[in-house]
Ligand binder design. Structure first.
Ligand SMILES: Cc1ncc(COP(=O)(O)O)c(C=O)c1O
Length: 446
């Protein structure tokens, strides 16, 4: 029996009379048949207001690495709440968290905190410009760095506007952006080291920073091809460019040392968000001391009323201790579970003749629905993804999965958390079998 959502539908109708568009982040409107309203969560499970239980692979867009409502974290936050929620001043907690980051991440010589990764991106790019005295930022097609004017340049242009292979567009998906911002960007295609060399050569003495997601998780799920990260490091070193790894998604998911330890590279600055706070609004910039010099001297402004808020710090301290306590077991066990889920979904897709191609390093992966006639095989860049992906068909399968109690991210991404177990994967695949069968039958009928 598949789920229905009458209470969520009623709440969404009510919300639209007060909240602009009914939601507080644009992407949440993508959830079909209706944006869901949740009552509570525990571990890998979420419960909506209609009493439906989900095995959750959306996990707060990746923030809930430790599962929903872990007792230790709830206790830490509650203890702090009784002592005070906000001082706009210092606490020992902020040093505790900063010192943990120093121990966990090679190259984290200095740290600053904010409340969202979007803000940290702003800081990192400002610092890079001030450090180098140069105006431009190089970023990659399909990479997402928050919703600010700078973070979304060239994010997901439609094929008829994406520019040439050599010179990808700087199109921004939002209206109202400061027009001059776009001209301070150079956009490159991901996973093409030779093309990157060419882009840097064209603008080398103007580029302050190269910013990137080490594993592109915001468009499909695309690990770096051999030589990609090495090429970024080499070009930054040769040209005095600041290398900025945006580990908002990969941070702590790939182990205590983040994707940079997992893949073996050392950026100059790193953006951390999501899992660092386990679901509270907390984010950090970490990196080598010399790149923080302009903040330390006061020449670069970095501020925020709620920065290093003690409630968030108490959660972050608990989260980092969790990761540290797992030692070398993390991320191997998450990868193993994710690979099983990927394999199970592939098997179901083959059984039902559904062109679904899961791709990614297991602990996070993207289930790409291929358009009729699109070639199979690894997808390595944004253009390849945009041309091959069948978004309407995925939306239909995603809805069938949701109605059977399996919740993936609206655009096709799946996250494994530390709370997922073997039993969760087995049950998710049993539920997915019903969803795939229904999708195969209904989709044919459309
Ligand atoms: C790679 C990356 N950078 C930055 C951000 C912005 O994070 P926030 O939504 O916390 O501002 C995100 C959010 O999804 C992200 O995935």
């Amino acid at each position: 029996m598949s789920y229905t959502f009458p209470k969520s539908a009623a709440l969404f109708a009510r919300a639209q009379r007060s909240i602009a568009g009914g939601v507080n982040s644009g992407i949440r409107k993508m959830e079909v048949p209706v944006p869901l309203y949740f009552d509570h969560g525990k571990g890998s499970r979420l419960f909506d207001v209609d009493g439906n239980e989900y095995i959750d692979f959306q996990i707060g867009q990746g923030a809930i690495l430790y599962g929903h409502a872990p007792t230790g974290m709830a206790d830490a936050i509650a203890t702090q709440a009784h002592k005070g929620t906000h001082w706009a001043a210092q606490s020992e907690l902020e040093i505790d968290v900063a010192e943990r980051l120093q121990k966990m991440i090679p190259g984290a010589e200095r740290v600053r905190f904010n409340n969202s990764a979007t803000e940290v991106v702003l800081s990192a790019l400002r610092l890079a410009r001030a450090h180098t005295g140069r105006p431009m930022i190089l970023k990659f097609e399909g990479h997402y760095h928050g919703w600010g004017d700078e973070g979304l340049v060239g994010y997901a242009p439609p094929p008829d506007q994406w520019g040439t292979e050599d010179d990808p567009t700087r199109l921004h998906p939002s209206k109202g952006v400061i027009p001059e911002v776009l001209s301070t960007f150079v956009v490159a295609r991901w996973n093409d080291p030779a093309h990157l060399r060419q882009r840097v050569a064209e603008h080398h003495d103007q580029i302050a920073a190269i910013i990137f997601e080490p594993v592109l998780c915001n468009t499909g799920c695309m690990p770096p091809v051999a030589g990609m990260l090495e090429t970024i490091r080499e070009l930054c070193d040769e040209n005095g460019i600041v290398m900025i790894a945006d580990e908002t998604i990969t941070g702590f998911r790939f182990g205590a040392g983040c994707a940079q330890s997992y893949y073996g590279f050392t950026p100059d600055l790193t953006i951390l968000g999501k899992a660092i706070g386990g679901g509270v609004p907390f984010a950090a910039l970490v990196g080598k001391e010399k790149f923080f010099a302009k903040i330390m001297s006061g020449e670069v402004v970095h501020a925020g009323t709620l920065n290093a808020n003690p409630l968030c710090l108490s959660a972050a301290k608990w989260c980092l201790d969790e990761v540290i306590s797992l030692g070398d077991k993390h991320p191997a066990s998450m990868i193993a579970l994710g690979e099983q889920l990927k394999a199970g979904l592939s098997k179901l897709a083959a059984q039902h003749n559904i062109p679904l191609q899961p791709q990614g390093p297991g602990l996070v992966f993207h289930a790409t629905m291929l358009k009729p006639g699109a070639p199979t095989g690894p997808i390595t860049n944004y253009r390849d993804y945009a041309l091959r992906q069948d978004a309407p068909r995925w939306a239909h399968l995603r809805r069938c999965l949701l109605e059977e109690g399996v919740r993936a991210i609206e655009r096709g991404l799946w996250f494994i958390s530390l709370a997922h177990t073997q039993a969760d994967i087995d049950e998710a695949l049993q539920r997915a079998a019903l969803a795939f069968a229904r999708h195969a039958a209904d989709w044919k009928a459309i």
